[in-house]
Design a protein around this ligand. Sequence first.
Ligand SMILES: C[S@@+](CC[C@H](N)C(=O)[O-])C[C@H]1O[C@@H](n2cnc3c(N)ncnc32)[C@H](O)[C@@H]1O
Length: 612
Amino acid sequence: MASLQAIDGLSECIVRAVQEHIEKTNIEWPFVNNLTRPILRVEAFLEDGDHDLAPRRRSERIASQTLELTELMTPSSSQSPATIVPDSNSEVQTSEQEHTSSVEIVNEHASTALDAESDEARRSGVGGLRIAHFNSIQEDPSEHQRQMQTEDRIFPKRRKVVPQKFDFQPSTLDKLVIGIWEQIHGSISLDPQAIFEQFQVHPVSNSQVVQSNVSSAIVSLNGDLRTLEDNTFSKMNAFCRKVTQASRVCRSIELIVQARWVELFEEQIQIRISSNPDLSASKHRRATFMEACQDFGWSEKELRNKMAIWRGYKEVKDAAGWAALVFAGMGIYRFCKYRVGFDKDAMRRLRSLRPRLEVAADTLHPHWRQLLSIVGEQSVIRYKGHPHDWVIFEDGSDPVSLCSTYTQYDPYFTFEHLEESVIDERAWGCDDPRWVPHSNALARTSNTFICAACGEKQSDDPKLNSCYCFPRLFGCVKRSPPPVQVFRTSDGRNNGLLALTSYERGGAVGEFVGLITKGVRHLDVMDSSTAQASYQIWQGRQGNYTRFINHSCKANAQFQQFNWLDTQRVILVSKGIEAGAEITVDYSDRYWGGLDKKCLCGESCCRYRRDK
Ligand SMILES: C[S@@+](CC[C@H](N)C(=O)[O-])C[C@H]1O[C@@H](n2cnc3c(N)ncnc32)[C@H](O)[C@@H]1O
């Protein structure tokens, strides 16, 4: 009896899969107009796969279901609110269509009864077919949602690197800038305290000299090495981390001291000229240079070569500020040594980056300015709070506070930055509607979490985790700060989100984090559902940077569902995002349908320009 029921379940599954396929593909049925009550019969047979035997004799029909197509509407595919207009990027079209239909930002204007009426009006009298609302399968909405969940396992494929005839590499300036952003958002701590403790390095006040007590540094390092006698890997990890950390901070100190040295060198020449104006400026310059060679113990050539690079550091500092030096990666050496593209445009670009770098450095590394005391600079931080409490301008204007960009819409605007979503207890009590019980009985009983996408074990403990679907977000030691900034758009969309480094296709940009609630109407909100519950993620007052992502009809990211530790998450996955690009998603036709708003994405394929 139980096995018969299981077979029944199979036929329902088959029919639902077929139904869902029809719904999505808007099949143009041949001959359907000749039928008064079109139905689609779906049958399944159990047969012996041995083709030498006559199959008909052993064919056993195990499933037979019909789908009534009588109520099929006839919408044009481009106008139906449930239809996804194909992305011009045909490579990922299939999975994107599937995902955007399962997870959507919904503006409730789009789902009012009024819109339902207009949908009906739109559907009648146009070509194409749509699945009937009433069919032989008695489906409730939750069952339907379960099907959406399985589709969600399809992720955009990572693009294969195809060797191109013209491979445009990033310029040395691009590399320098990306390197700086990577360092600022990386895990290296630039708290000078750490290095001072490690190497006993103390800045000397009123002097540009750094005294390092090398012997105590060696003692300190040897102390660490001695502890390696038990030779554990984790001790070596800790030691190596300390050394790398210390060396990284030393590198920053080196750059700022060398840039400052160039300034002092020029000042010294001026002092000489004013004390002895009879001697020519070039003679004073030469004398100052020779004095430096003597102090350094270097040949003229050696110092001249070094000075050329150091001069570059100073110029970068003058344009982009000290943060550019402190957080520069290796790219700065190449940029200043070979000076490819080291021109006025480069300096203009660096100048416009200055406030943006300072926002990121101050908010993510509140102690970084202490390093500047070594060269006698101000160490008071300028931008306090969360990195996304500041809205930056691409033209280099002074950043403004996030709240100030919303007061014209809401004088009491506040925004709390969250790492994880919070459950609205008034809506859900103590339940998390995102909970997805694992279908694998073994996993359920053994209390392990198996990834539905890769089949590997998931754990918050990186040592136990083997699911690497989205390692930036899940199963990692800690989420590093996302390399993004909230920026002021210049075309009336208020704020948006900028990618500071590139995001490879298929990689996670972030989790859509906010208040897990329900019943939000007339506001931008994310609708999502599991087989058990439909819920919403609202970012109006709490959330993370994904809140600032605008819509584009040619988006470079998409929302997807992903289950982590049996809890459904909505994540933003890159479709290939260039460093410096605005991150956008397609809010879906459901969002825009019936909404009295113009899309300002500016794409030639824009579906909601509405300028007619
Ligand atoms: C999730 S928010 C995105 C961030 C928003 N721009 C802000 O400053 O808070 C969605 C809102 O941004 C605006 N928006 C996003 N994309 C848009 C687009 N392509 N055209 C016009 N407005 C857009 C709309 O006002 C929409 O209600």
